[in-house]
Ligand binder design. Structure first.
Ligand code: FE
Ligand code: FE
Ligand code: FE
Length: 175
């Protein structure tokens, strides 16, 4: 969240919901840039595929936020999610590191799961506010995305535990 540097006015729960939605919008926008780089850096075909699929979902998620913007008649742009910028930066550190493909894959999953957890928290917060405000359509759209983020997190977790972490443990670089 951009910490009040632009003296955000948050005088009602509605203001706060709009602020949270803009933050989510910024996050999804940053991920549309970052996920292709994650996909490119990944080696395991299933991990590549997972990033590719989530890029498509992420584009649809931003469209859902655009739809929410139309429903609420608000501009979704103008906020920068600093936390997502930090998480993306940590992911790019893994990408740039001198690493074996197997270890890099395990690191990429760790970075990606942090992102999903952050998104789950953000969508959950926004959904709760929208519920409190009786915004049924907004709640439905936010829930749809929240469920996709949860499924992505679970998929990555399974991939790490069933495949990638073991490969990372057993593969050694020839030094
Ligand atoms: Fe944020
Ligand atoms: Fe997302
Ligand atoms: Fe996501």
């Amino acid at each position: 969240m951009g910490i009040f540097s632009n003296s955000e006015k948050l005088l009602s729960l509605q203001d706060l919901l709009h602020y949270e939605l803009r933050d989510l919008y910024s996050g999804e926008t940053q991920l549309i840039e970052a996920l292709p780089k994650m996909e490119e850096a990944a080696s395991h075909p299933q991990l590549k595929e997972a990033f590719k699929m989530h890029l498509n979902e992420t584009r649809a998620q931003r469209e859902r936020l655009d739809e929410i913007g139309r429903l609420l008649d608000i501009d979704m742009k103008g906020e920068k999610c600093e936390a997502m910028a930090g998480l993306v930066k940590e992911g790019s550190e893994i990408i740039k590191s001198k690493s074996t493909p197997e270890v890099r894959d395990a690191g990429l999953i760790g970075a990606a799961q942090r992102v999903e957890h952050y998104e789950i928290a953000g969508y959950g917060t926004a959904r709760n506010f929208a519920e409190q405000l009786g915004l049924t359509q907004v709640v439905a759209l936010l829930t749809e995305t929240e469920n996709e983020e949860k499924m992505t997190d679970e998929k990555l977790n399974r991939l790490a535990k069933e495949t990638i972490n073991l490969s990372a443990k057993t593969a050694h670089a020839n030094e």
